[in-house]
Structure formats: structure tokens, C-alpha cells
Write a protein that binds this ligand. Structure first.
Ligand code: GLU
Length: 422
């Protein structure tokens, strides 16, 4: 299909579209629907000022909110604060949210938002002012029955609280359902914080079962020690796996005998990095990916496994905690090497699944126990994994292609049923 010049055309957007195009050809997707799915339905770019803490300086920053697909219900997706945020990245991430929600059977289309800042460069008060002003800039786009933001890279429960408060101030009453990933005190869900990591580990367990690999004693390397990577390492350890490496953005640590996760956690909390951690090998984030292990979990940022290093990846299972960590070329190399790649749109879909639970609980004002949340999450993840693995097996294709086929087909069928207005 010929591509006109698009404002959001960047490397990451091209990756998302290439994945869609590959799928569309395989399922003989209707040309009109195919074209609709390649571009976002709505995209907002804003620039806005905020006061620095000295109250004299005013900085201007860029913000984005993209809604890829409005067919399935409200749109859903996180907000990231990162220097790499642009319209192309936000659009690609919104597209992945669409497939993620469709695969899991959630009544949402995909969205994503972000502000192009390095959040580490600002005080808590500055971040609060940025968040409140960003919220007011995108306020017409969001709402519990329109578009529901959540945390992503560089944002957290506190960010969601400020968004919820700003939105509620405008409406004149509390609207907890406008965001998910909130603190429990204002309508958050038990289990949401760990949900993405728990979903990743559920996929790892299912993969081990499928491949006949014992999780007990399996070596696990995790890139990224945030909410996703940190939880995945902890839960894998609890299942008896040997976590041999972890890292944060400054670098990582490696111990082939297995790390003491309690000690690692306490150290990182106290020092904020793994620098000077005693008695282990220190590795870069690139080196971590190439360590010998059974299970590799990239849970940091996109574009980590490319044609340059894919051949040196030595794991058996690669479960994508991050969004877009593997390029299309790398996918092919890994497939030929026999690496079992559990794609982001399946592996990290636990986050948005429990976001859905949170949204349902807010609407009903009836809250679930942590056991109920975790039990339902694991059940939905297992069902999605087995469905996609079954399709991949029967067609002789990789899990990403099978997951895309499921997601795109569900969305296409809904679009066909609704027809074209007017
Ligand atoms: N930002 C997360 C993701 O990429 C969660 C989105 C959500 O919970 O809406 O899946």
C-alpha cells in the first residue's frame, strides 16, 4: 500500500505499521479497513508552559494524546514522560494498545499520550504543574467513557492522582474512572501495580509448560528494574527461577549462581542504582541481553534487540515486558534461531487488563480482593496465551504474528459490523 507523507512517520511508527501490514496480508484484510488501521483516528499535539520552582522562569514543552481506534469503546493507554516522546512514538504505542486490548477481549480501543521531558530533571512540584497543565490541555479528549489514561514510562500513581484531581476539579465532582493505575485511596485497584509484571511471568510459565522447560532453576535475566522488570524478577524468583541478572538505566549486575533478590531490592531502594553493588559482575544494558540464560525479559524501553545483536541473544524464551523492544529484522533472526518470543502485545497486557478491572470497579463502586484481581488476571492471560500459541502452532508462525492476527481480526470484524458513517 502506498504511504502518503504522514506527520507521525518515524522509525517506531514504521515498525508498528510493518507489523500490521505483514498481518493484513496474511489474513487477507479488507483494503479499506487496512488503510483505516494504519493511521490514528485522532491525534492532538499541544505545547504548553509551566513555571519552574523559582517562579520566574517559564519553560515550554510538547505534549501528545493519540487515539488510534474508537470502534471498540472508550480508548485506553498510558502516558509517558520521556525525552524520546514524539507523535510517531505515541502513535505506534497507541496502535499496540489497540491490538493488546483486542487480544485480551477488553472493550477498549488503543490510545497513548506523553510529554517530551526527562522527568528526572524536574522537582516533584514542577512535575505536578506539568501534569496538571497537560491534563487541562487534553481535557476534552479524556473521560471515563471517552479515553482513560494510565501510567507508562516515567509516570506513576502520583501522576495519575494529579490527573484525576485536575479533571475532577473541572467537572465539579470526583471522577475516579478517568484514569487507572491510581492509588487505592482514590479508587485504584489492588494488584494493579504488580499486574504487568505478573502478566509477563504468567506468559513465561505458560511458555515453559509448552516447551517442556522447568521454571524451577531456570536462569532469568531482566533488563529494567521499574514497576514491570522489578515485579517480574521478584515473581520469577518466587516460582523458583534463578534470577541471574537485573539492570536499571545506568547498567546492571550479573551473578551466574543467582542473585539474592531481597538484597538487590534493598540495595536499589537505598542507593537508587546498582553501581558499587558488591560481589557480582557489572554489565551494561547491552551486555545483559547477551548473557546465557533460559528466560530473557526486556522490560525497559523500545528498540533493544535489533539486527545488530539478535544473533548473539542466548535465551530460550524472550518475554517482552517493554513495548517494542524487538525490531522486525531481529524478530526474523530470533525465529530462525528458535527463540520463543512472547510479544509485548501479549506479554505485557496484564497492565491494561487490571486497568480494565480498575475501571469496572470504579464504575460499580464495588471493589475486589487482591486474590480476585490476581486470579482473574492469570485466568485471562492463560486463556489469551493458549489461544495465540494454538494458532501459532497450527499455522507454523511466530507468536507475534499469531497475536497480531487475533487482534487485527477482532477489530476488523467490529469495524465491518459497524459500517461506515454516513
Ligand atoms: N502503559 C501500559 C501499557 O503500555 C498500561 C496501559 C493501561 O493500563 O491503560 O500497556
Amino acid at each position: 500500500m502506498a504511504t502518503p507523507k504522514l506527520e507521525w512517520d518515524t522509525t517506531m511508527y514504521r515498525l508498528a505499521v510493518a507489523q500490521l501490514d505483514k498481518t493484513a496480508a496474511l489474513i487477507e484484510l479488507d483494503d479499506n479497513i487496512w488503510e483505516r488501521l494504519r493511521t490514528p483516528q485522532r491525534a492532538l499535539v499541544v505545547s504548553f508552559p509551566f513555571r519552574r520552582d523559582n517562579y520566574v522562569e517559564v519553560d515550554t514543552v510538547f505534549g501528545y494524546r493519540v487515539q488510534h481506534l474508537l470502534t471498540m469503546g472508550p480508548t485506553k493507554g498510558g502516558i509517558r514522560y520521556d525525552v524520546g516522546v514524539d507523535l510517531g512514538e505515541t502513535t505506534a504505542l497507541a496502535m499496540w494498545m489497540t491490538w493488546k486490548c483486542a487480544i485480551m477481549g477488553l472493550p477498549f480501543g488503543g490510545a497513548k499520550g506523553g510529554v517530551r521531558i526527562d522527568p528526572r530533571g524536574f522537582s516533584e512540584q514542577e512535575l505536578q504543574r506539568i501534569t496538571r497543565r497537560y491534563t487541562s490541555e487534553i481535557i476534552d479528549m479524556i473521560g471515563p467513557d471517552r479515553d482513560i489514561p494510565a501510567p507508562d514510562l516515567g509516570t506513576n500513581e502520583q501522576t495519575m492522582s494529579w490527573i484525576m484531581d485536575t479533571y475532577s476539579q473541572q467537572k465539579g465532582h470526583a471522577v475516579p474512572g478517568v484514569v487507572t493505575g491510581k492509588p487505592i485511596e482514590i479508587g485504584g485497584s489492588l494488584g494493579r501495580r504488580e499486574a504487568t509484571g505478573r502478566g509477563v511471568v504468567t506468559c513465561v510459565v505458560e511458555s515453559c509448560r509448552q516447551l517442556g522447560l522447568a521454571i524451577d532453576g531456570a536462569r532469568v535475566a531482566v533488563q529494567g528494574y521499574g514497576q514491570v522488570g522489578g515485579t517480574a524478577a521478584k515473581l520469577a524468583g518466587e516460582l523458583g527461577a534463578r534470577v541471574v541478572a537485573v539492570s536499571d538505566l545506568h547498567g546492571g549486575i550479573h551473578d551466574p549462581g543467582g542473585l539474592d533478590l531481597g538484597k538487590v531490592e534493598a540495595w536499589h531502594r537505598e542507593h537508587g542504582s546498582f553501581r558499587d553493588y558488591p560481589g557480582v559482575d557489572h554489565v551494561t544494558n547491552g551486555e545483559l541481553l547477551e548473557l546465557p540464560c533460559e528466560i530473557l525479559i526486556p522490560a525497559a524501553i523500545q528498540n533493544q534487540i535489533t539486527h545488530e545483536n539478535a544473533d548473539r541473544i542466548r535465551c530460550r524464551i524472550l518475554a517482552e515486558g517493554a513495548n517494542g523492544p524487538t525490531t522486525l529484522e531481529a524478530d526474523e533472526i530470533l525465529w530462525k534461531k528458535g527463540v520463543h518470543v512472547v510479544p509485548d502485545i501479549l506479554a505485557n497486557a496484564g497492565g491494561v487488563t487490571v486497568s480494565y478491572f480498575e475501571w469496572v470497579q470504579d464504575a460499580q463502586q464495588f471493589f475486589w480482593t487482591e486474590e480476585e484481581v490476581n486470579g482473574r488476571l492469570i485466568q485471562i492471560m492463560q486463556r489469551a496465551y493458549q489461544d495465540i500459541a494454538g494458532l501459532a502452532g497450527s499455522r507454523g508462525i511466530d507468536l507475534r504474528t499469531a497475536a497480531m492476527m487475533r487482534g487485527v481480526r477482532r477489530v476488523a470484524e467490529a469495524k465491518r459490523r459497524r459500517g461506515v458513517f454516513p
